[in-house]
Design a protein around this ligand. Structure first.
Ligand code: NAD
Length: 541
């Protein structure tokens, strides 16, 4: 029988008491299933299994690792509809959107990292400047870190963890994945697909549970933590990691601005604003959360936005033709309600939406897509992450004001600039404080495997995706070789007056990086080498 209960009502204490986590369909309130809540000892055992498995997995070549991942990719492609339904059931989003925004990007990411990791992590010869002329070479090899913890949120329950798991595995690490308590079954599906593809047991451990399981993982002696989630939890994870001196990547919240200039293609910009704000019911870290429109085109732009919002179809995510589904949890819906209530109380004007959606399953977490004007930066809806289907629109007078408003935020994940003048777009992009700025685009670059993903300010630390993301998952191993060791080094002991004089010359000439300047040092260097030889032969006698 269907259990009608909101996720917010499922308290952590209840989870602790039953030692299991219950996953609910947020559109219907029905139970999807139950998974174990991993306690500290279970997490420690999972990390130990991963550490044991990493040795064999890390010793395989890139080609063998890629073979496993490409087999898994084939299963994902075959089972795409079933996976999309599962994502829709656990997260509330439309199944079609789960394919477009989660499965397509991961299929692409899997083929990209399976094929390209060997090249991206090829050992590199470093240009060491003048030291080359002293018979030395330096190379950097990229080695696996060991065990990487991936702690992930519920909003992209397939794409976020799978992307990081694939990259970490391709780099030769084992992974312990702690998925969100709201979407554990999607994560278990990732594990199942990879296991069927031949991933050795232990190379990917999935520890289901709530925040206590995540906290246990940060204490379990992993070699790196890849965390995606809220700023508050990110801070806790960073504190735990700092105590253990474990490196951490934090992919946190956003309050991403969209700037629409007077010369923008308003038809395209308004469609982009609607998708950017309401895809996944606005529950994307890179959702358009603030829209700034030039005052000359603001009326035209908002009229188009409202018209397009009215044409959206909201339904249970597994139904065909749904544009918007349910939000992922009742708790998240309440945050949206609070932000809207406060904005309206302070004078904001709701152009469309504004409340819970009607005519949908009772108990489902459906909120109408909402557009509002008359907002300003004193309102929570313009300052804090709303993470829901709300699009506040504000006007600006000129470029400087637009940039100032966009940067007036503690967050800096992505931003979007709309103009037909690409030079202007690039100019404004360079002034915006964000990890990614898109010109005439919104939201989607997490879906590009090759580009770095990550934020500045409170949006996080470090990068995932692209080569920069891959480099987060390896330890650079520098090997330095001296082919002229028999000569000894001029800077070794003893620090005679001749040595001290050479050191002054090194500062003035060698440290310029100029070969010509360094050549002028040759006589002094030779004298010093002879002096050192004399010292050492003197010692031998
Ligand atoms: P959350 O911080 O509540 O939870 C994230 C994960 O951390 C979950 O798996 C949770 O169980 C775990 N966790 C909770 N307490 C923990 C602790 N003390 N130690 C370790 N792990 C702990 O975030 P959420 O509500 O699941 O996700 C929404 C947030 O994620 C939003 O702020 C959103 O912007 C952000 N997000 C960021 C990105 C990005 O790429 N920057 C992507 C998606 C989501």
């Amino acid at each position: 029988m269907a259990t009608r209960i909101t996720q917010a009502e499922m308290s952590a204490t209840q989870a602790e008491a039953t030692r299991e986590v219950v996953s609910y369909d947020p559109a219907t309130g029905e139970e999807v299933g139950r998974v174990p809540l991993f306690a500290t000892e279970d997490v420690a055992r999972a990390v130990a299994r991963a550490r044991a498995a990493q040795k064999g997995w890390g010793a395989l070549g890139f080609r063998e690792r890629a073979r496993v991942l490409m087999r898994a990719r084939a299963f994902v492609l075959e089972e795409m509809d079933e996976i999309a339904r599962l994502i829709a059931r656990e997260s509330g989003k439309p199944a079609a959107e789960a394919i477009a925004m989660e499965i397509v990007p991961t299929l692409d990411l899997m083929q990209f990292f399976a094929r390209k990791t060997a090249r991206l992590l090829r050992p590199e010869r470093i240009d060491i400047g003048l030291y080359r002329f002293l018979g030395r070479t330096s190379t950097v090899e990229y080695r696996p870190l060991g065990v990487v913890a991936v702690i992930s949120p519920w909003n992209f329950p397939w794409a976020i963890p799978l992307g990081e798991v694939v990259m970490a595995l391709m780099a030769g690490n084992a992974v312990v994945l702690k998925p969100s308590e709201l979407t554990p079954f999607v994560a278990l599906k990732i594990g199942e697909v990879l296991a069927r593809a031949g991933l050795p047991a232990g190379a990917l451990e999935i520890v289901t549970g709530d925040g206590s399981t995540g906290a246990a993982l940060t204490e379990a002696g992993v070699d790196k933590i890849m965390f995606t989630g809220s700023v508050a939890t990110g801070r806790r994870v960073a504190e735990a990691a700092a105590r253990k001196l474990i490196p951490v990547v934090l992919e946190l919240g956003g309050k991403d601005p969209m700037i629409v200039f007077e010369d923008a293609d308003l038809e395209a910009a308004s469609s982009a604003a609607v998708w950017g704000a309401f895809a996944n019911s606005g529950q994307a870290c890179a959702s358009v959360e603030r829209c700034y429109v030039h005052e000359r085109v603001a009326d035209d732009f908002t009229a188009r936005v409202v018209e397009k919002v009215l044409a959206l179809r909201q339904a249970v995510g597994t139904e065909e033709g749904a544009d918007l589904g349910a939000m992922s949890s009742e708790r998240q819906l309440r945050t949206v309600e609070e932000h809207l209530r406060e904005a309206v109380a302070r004078g904001a004007c709701v152009l469309t939406g504004g409340g819970r959606a009607r005519g949908l399953p009772e108990g489902g977490a459906f909120h109408e897509p909402t557009v509002l004007t008359g907002v300003d930066h004193s309102m929570t809806i313009m300052r804090e992450e709303t993470f829901g289907p709300a699009l506040p629109v504000m006007t600006f007078r000129d470029e400087d004001e637009a940039v100032r408003l966009a940067n007036d935020s503690p967050f800096g994940l992505t931003a979007s600039v709309w103009t037909r003048d690409i030079r202007r777009g690039r100019r404004v992009a360079s002034e915006i404080e964000a990890g990614t700025v898109m010109v005439n685009e919104v939201l989607y670059t997490h879906g590009i495997a090759q580009t770095p993903w990550g934020g500045v300010k409170q949006s996080g630390l470090g990068r995932t995706h692209g080569r920069l993301g891959l480099l987060e998952l390896v330890a650079p191993h520098h090997v330095h070789v001296n082919r002229l060791a028999f000569l000894g080094d001029v800077w070794w002991f003893n620090y005679t007056p001749g040595a001290a004089s050479l050191f002054h010359s090194l500062a003035r000439r060698f440290a310029t990086g100029s070969l010509l300047q360094a050549l002028l040092l040759s006589p002094q260097m030779l004298r010093r080498l002879r002096e050192r030889k004399g010292q050492s032969s003197g010692r031998k006698k």
